[in-house]
Design a protein around this ligand. Structure first.
Ligand code: CA
Length: 237
């Protein structure tokens, strides 16, 4: 089983929230929902979704504030669900860092198309600017197919948890470069995560047991003591 894409819906209107949740579930997403901005922010930092669907008119804090706070630590795609017809608010949302918006009422195909587009752009943006990113990481017997979300070692599928998969692909997309503990923790768990590296170390130990023939002498992911981790540079540009 490959890890599912995860989506967070921040929307106080129950009927719209349920509609989006049902649509995304039917399309294979793991879905989290929140009915307020604060609840949404707390879910975003603890569950690290792949995409956020965000209503601008929330009962507690403004949707723009949610965008700004998420943008302090993540470039994950944010699609605004807008009931507002004013261009001004949509522009403000995009200026604040939203990737796109969808105006109520909308259908399932339009919703899925917006999400696919945002994820594709995110995929490009997350790589070197101006350069088409390779859809595959490969070094020796290890292959990561980002589009299929599939990790294989010597032809065998490696089963990773969602967090493990996020860690491996974060390192793979920056392969050859050291990533600090803080950078990794910020990227995976957000800045409000516990600052100690224990959760990262535990996850890295699990990953090594799955990927490395001898975890004490790793071939793929190296520890830079006191600094962070470095993944063997991909043989595919
Ligand atoms: Ca609302």
């Amino acid at each position: 089983m490959t890890p599912k894409l995860t989506a967070l819906i921040i929307e106080d209107e129950k009927s719209i929230r349920s509609f989006i949740e049902t649509t995304l579930n039917a399309n294979g997403y793991k879905v989290y929902t929140a009915a307020s901005g604060q609840e949404g922010l707390s879910f975003a930092t603890s569950n690290c979704p792949d995409v956020i669907l965000l209503d601008l008119g929330l009962p507690d804090i403004d949707g723009l504030q949610v965008i700004r706070q998420v943008r302090e630590w993540s470039i994950l795609p944010i699609i605004v669900i807008s009931a507002r017809t004013q261009e001004k608010e949509k522009v403000a949302a995009l200026d604040a860092g939203a990737d796109d918006y969808i105006t109520k009422p909308f259908g399932t195909s339009e919703l899925m198309a917006r999400i696919r587009t945002a994820l594709r752009h995110h995929h490009l943006q997350a790589s070197a600017p101006g350069k088409m990113p390779s859809p595959i990481y490969q070094y020796g017997g290890l292959i990561i197919d980002y589009e299929k979300r599939l990790v294989t070692l010597e032809g065998q599928t490696i089963h990773l948890t969602q967090i493990e998969y996020k860690l491996v692909t974060l390192l793979a997309r920056h392969s050859g470069k050291v990533l600090t503990y803080d950078y990794i923790i910020n990227q995976i768990w957000g800045p409000y995560a516990d600052n100690n590296n224990q959760i990262l170390r535990v996850n890295m130990a699990h990953i090594r047991r799955k990927l490395e023939a001898n975890p004490a002498e790793p071939q793929y992911i190296f520890t830079e003591i006191g600094v962070g981790y470095r993944m063997q540079e991909s043989q595919i540009e």
